[in-house]
Design a protein around this ligand. Sequence first.
Ligand SMILES: Nc1ncnc2c1ncn2[C@@H]1O[C@H](COP(=O)(O)OP(=O)(O)OP(=O)(O)O)[C@@H](O)[C@H]1O
Length: 223
Amino acid sequence: MILEARDLSLSFGATPALRGASLQVEAGEMLAIMGPSGSGKSTLLHCLAGILVPSSGEVWFAGERLDSRSDEARSAVRRDRFGFVFQFGQLVPELTALENVALPLLLAGVRRAAALKRAEPWFERLGLEGLGARRSGELSGGQAQRVALARALVAEPEVLFADEPTGALDSLTGEQVMDLLVDTARSAGTTVVLVTHEARVAAYADREVIVRDGRVNSPALTP
Ligand SMILES: Nc1ncnc2c1ncn2[C@@H]1O[C@H](COP(=O)(O)OP(=O)(O)OP(=O)(O)O)[C@@H](O)[C@H]1O
């Protein structure tokens, strides 16, 4: 097991988002987190990734407690060991596509020339040949999402967190992005935690769980 949520609770003001959510993720598996709108899926993902800290419960990553560590320590784990793809607005508009992909390496202290060199092969891998010099405003939604995927994977994260990664795309473009996400994650052995409300997207995963009212159910156990 690489990642575990133990009995997480978290409220936003008077709104409970998580109410005793528990989840285990095996190394190398692709897990889909499904459930109705407002059920707590994104909050659970943010807790697993060390972005949010639960008010009670524990998050464990690679044998170590994550939630009780300092902001700096959790940021370092996110930067060095996790990758992220979200639904919208993730590319830095002032940077070229190539610089966007290289960004996690630059933040990790890799020199600029070396970072850009490591970013380059991702353009061919994800069908983005010739687009490295474009800025995000000059890319289609599907192209921008593939650039975001390349950026999430360039530093070879142990876990890729994806929150509605195809939510802003039409279904064909969404399928292409999911195919690439699955292929690249599988070939690298990356663990994937994917939040989606679309069964079609969840079908790419090895396993799915359902979040309802801030708790996690395995579908097989739900009557
Ligand atoms: N930053 C926030 N401030 C206040 N309330 C929040 C915040 N984030 C989430 N919530 C509330 O917490 C609950 C769970 O939200 P969350 O985003 O985790 O649900 P979700 O299952 O991901 O929903 P969706 O599928 O609509 O994205 C909701 O009632 C939501 O309104």
